[in-house]
Design a protein around this ligand. Structure first.
Ligand code: B12
Length: 211
């Protein structure tokens, strides 16, 4: 299937949503697993798009059409990640920090957590710290998953943790952070309970933190 994954990656990189969707459907019909299609076709596409952007070969319009192609494919794949109904593991509040519009990774994390049995409260992208805090209170959340893709916005994760502290809900919830610029070191520095490099890590971590 390696050839098809490369083909899918190229469609997404070039923003060919229709062709990408057709191939995703073909892969699913052929017994392909949603997780594999995401990990081996879609995520490498976004990595390549990022490289091209850095090398000034791609600009914002190309980034946008590629992201749209990825999102269209994810609409088909997300429901498949929720394979079986399992007993609820707890409630997870997910969101991308204030100032940051990147939500593709956050959506994958949310879908995988949902698939693992967590109830999901998805706050979307560009989420102010106060909104995280009120969602934790309102939904009695067990864990919060905060995402950031920009070096300039990852700093806002510290605000999220501080706001949870000043609002007196820090100790009632576990905080995990992730996103391309994040590291374990940074997570430790800001006082998060955990860091995950990808969505599979997010699931492992959430189960560990809540269990
Ligand atoms: C698509 C994209 C966009 C799209 C976003 C569309 C959308 N709906 O999300 C658009 C075009 C809008 C965009 C805009 C911008 N972007 Co942009 N974008 C990207 C790109 C190409 C891919 C990101 C992506 O979706 N990756 C795929 C997903 C699956 O990966 P992920 O997000 O990392 O998530 C995974 C893990 O990190 C982890 N994870 C994520 N969150 C969490 C949370 C937890 C708790 C855990 C445990 C794990 C976890 O699990 C996920 C699944 O495996 C990256 C390049 C890259 N290599 O990352 C640049 C990139 C992030 N963008 C960049 C830039 C500069 C920008 C802009 C500032 C450009 C501009 N000049 O306007 C704007 C900023 C807008 C804003 N205010 O947010 C830079 C950031 C540089 C930096 N160091 O800060 C990058 C790295 C490109 C580059 N190489 O220069 N962008």
């Amino acid at each position: 299937m390696e050839k098809e994954f490369t083909e899918l990656k190229d469609y997404v990189v070039n923003g060919k949503a229709e062709e990408a969707v057709e191939l995703v459907n073909k892969l699913i019909d052929g017994g392909g697993k949603a997780g594999d299609i995401i990990d081996r076709g879609l995520i490498p596409a976004m990595a390549e798009v990022g490289d091209k952007f850095q090398q000034h070969e791609f600009f914002i319009p190309e980034l946008l059409v590629a992201a749209r192609a990825m999102e269209t494919c994810m609409k088909i794949l997300e429901p498949l990640l929720v394979e079986q109904k399992v007993k609820s593991k707890g409630v997870a509040v997910v969101g991308t920090v204030k100032g940051d519009l990147h939500d593709i990774g956050k959506n994958i994390v949310a879908a995988m957590l949902k698939g693992a049995g967590f109830g999901i409260v998805d706050l979307g992208a560009d989420v102010p710290a106060e909104k995280f805090a009120s969602a934790v209170r309102e939904h009695n959340a067990d864990v919060i998953a905060v995402s950031a893709l920009l070096t300039t916005t990852m700093k806002n994760m510290r605000d999220v943790i501080q706001t949870l502290e000043t609002q007196g809900v820090r100790d009632s919830v576990k905080i995990m952070v992730g996103g391309a610029p994040l590291t374990q070191k940074y997570a430790d520095e800001i006082g998060a309970d955990g860091y995950g490099a990808d969505a599979a890590d997010a699931v492992k971590l959430a189960k560990q933190l809540v269990g």
